[in-house]
Design a binder for this molecule. Structure first.
Ligand SMILES: Nc1nc2c(ncn2[C@@H]2O[C@H](COP(=O)(O)OP(=O)(O)OP(=O)(O)O)[C@@H](O)[C@H]2O)c(=O)[nH]1
Ligand SMILES: [Mg+2]
Length: 459
């Protein structure tokens, strides 16, 4: 781990600036070989964490780029090692050339995630925090970003540490009794059970919280459906804040599934506008209606649109039957028109228990209510957290939390039935090792490699 690694840490292509990051004990000396500062100072004489103007020069002494160079001394750097960063002008060629010179000067190209891996190995971050770095980069909504940032700040790590400490108390009690049966005798089972209960509750609420938070990370698929001309495309356009779908007064305008990624109160929503469902002889429209049905199968939530200007028709009732098993919201659209043939009370009476919202896609009224209803149906069903402080976990973390939870529950059963102490200890140790795998304290090499391989180069 003593060698120096380098990579371009900014996105590919042209930009205002590009940053080459070099990490390793000798990074200041390596960069010095190709750098000449305007002030005449050497890199090791710069103040740590300051920016310094100068030039990158090639072997012939020709200027490749004018740059700003900073040196961040260990351990106060991203990786915990000496880090030098070169801010180049953002041209793709110049940046490549600078990187090549850095490599020729003695650094080696970093592997994906290698900077963050070094941060982990140097104890700057635990595994959960390292993973939060990826999740921050990939966050698709502000809420997902907020939750990832909290994990980078240590929200999940703190909870796990508390669980681990509790488990270690339990283990020391059990071990005392196992190792010195004569002197110590049986452990205080009531006390052990109390500690185990605390751990169980913590892990359970963590698992529940991560189920809820998953929505913010992965998003949900919502399909807008209804008979032709009710205003489905108009509604999509309002929710997406842009003219995504064609709107006309001709029934059967939309022929294809039109998709957009939008953001409803922090939840990433893949929303789909579909062709109005009706029996038709038009061969293109027919295919469109088939596609609507395919989309409905995949939908996690359906926005079923009714038209206040036409009233309920048989078509509406048939569609309602098709989506009987789906989680849904009924939207009565065109509430702005004067001579309504359908009102909210009628719909409520007809479809008891189904959430209903009245809107006008044309005048953009009721849209707040619709967004609130969507949020409620998406988040509400998995229950709200008591504290409002969600903790997000990824698939690996969720798996490990549940595995630890299972061990703890087995241990509780063991205590209740007064099973052999050794057997109970196997479970409490099992729980500890899952928690340590989570935080990275005792992570398997291959698991670690897999996590960092998921990063991009330069991170
Ligand atoms: N008055 C009024 N008219 C609306 C409203 N929403 C949509 N419309 C009108 O209704 C007509 C149909 O709108 P669309 O959004 O194309 O309806 P659609 O459900 O996508 O129709 P298809 O794609 O044919 O299935 C258009 O003339 C819209 O301007 C509304 O809230 N109020
Ligand atoms: Mg349409």
């Amino acid at each position: 781990m003593n060698d120096c690694i380098a990579a371009i840490s900014t996105p590919k292509g042209e930009g205002g600036i590009a940053i080459i990051r070099i990490s390793g004990h000798d990074s200041p000396e390596i960069v010095q070989k190709i750098f000449e500062s305007r002030s005449g100072k050497r890199i090791i004489d710069f103040r740590s964490h300051s920016l310094n103007l100068g030039y990158i020069k090639d072997a012939e002494g020709l200027i490749v780029d004018e740059v700003l160079v900073s040196r961040m001394d260990e351990p106060r750097s991203y990786t915990g090692e000496n880090v030098v960063e070169i801010n180049c002008h953002g041209g793709a060629i110049a940046t490549r050339k600078c990187l090549e010179l850095v490599l020729q000067a003695g650094a080696r190209l970093a592997e994906p995630g290698e900077f963050t891996k070094r941060a982990f190995l140097n104890g700057r971050l635990d595994m959960v925090q390292a993973e939060a770095v990826i999740e921050i980069i990939r966050a698709r909504s502000e809420k997902a970003l907020e939750l990832s940032a909290r994990n980078l700040g240590g929200a999940l790590s703190k909870t796990l540490k508390a669980v681990e400490e509790e488990l270690i108390i339990i283990n020391s009690r059990l071990e005392g009794s196992i190792d010195f049966p004569e002197e110590v005798g049986d452990p205080d089972w009531t006390e052990i059970e109390e500690h185990l209960q605390v751990v169980e509750n913590r892990l359970k609420s963590l698992a529940a919280s991560s189920r809820r938070a998953r929505v913010y990370r992965d998003g949900v698929k919502v399909v807008i459906a209804g008979k032709p001309n009710v205003g489905k495309s108009s509604l999509l356009n309002v929710l997406a804040h842009k003219e995504k779908a064609i709107v006309t007064e001709i029934p059967g305008t939309t022929r294809d599934v039109i998709e957009d990624l939008i953001n409803i109160r922090g939840i990433p929503v893949r929303i789909m506008d579909t062709a109005g469902i009706r029996k038709t002889e038009d061969s293109i429209e027919k295919i469109g209606v088939e596609r609507t049905r395919d989309a409905l199968i995949e939908a996690e939530i359906v926005i079923f649109v009714l038209d206040a200007s036409t009233g309920l028709s048989n078509d509406d009732l048939e569609i309602m039957q098709e989506i009987e098993d789906k989680r849904k919201i009924i939207v009565v659209n065109k509430e702005d028109i004067k001579n309504r043939l359908l009102n909210g009370d009628e719909v409520r009476a007809r479809f008891p228990g189904v959430v209903m919202v009245e809107v006008s896609a044309l005048e953009e009224t009721g849209i707040d209510d619709l967004e609130a209803a969507l949020e409620e149906i998406i988040i509400g069903q998995s229950g709200r957290s008591e504290t409002g402080q969600e903790i997000m976990t990824n698939v690996r973390q969720e798996y490990a939390i549940n595995a630890a939870l299972e061990h703890v529950q087995d241990a509780i059963r063991g205590v209740k039935n007064r099973m052999a102490i050794d057997g109970i200890a196997v479970d409490t140790w099992g729980a500890v090792s899952w928690i340590e795998e989570l935080t990275g304290k005792a992570i398997r090499e291959d698991v670690m490699e897999r996590i960092f391989a998921d990063f991009c180069i330069g991170k």
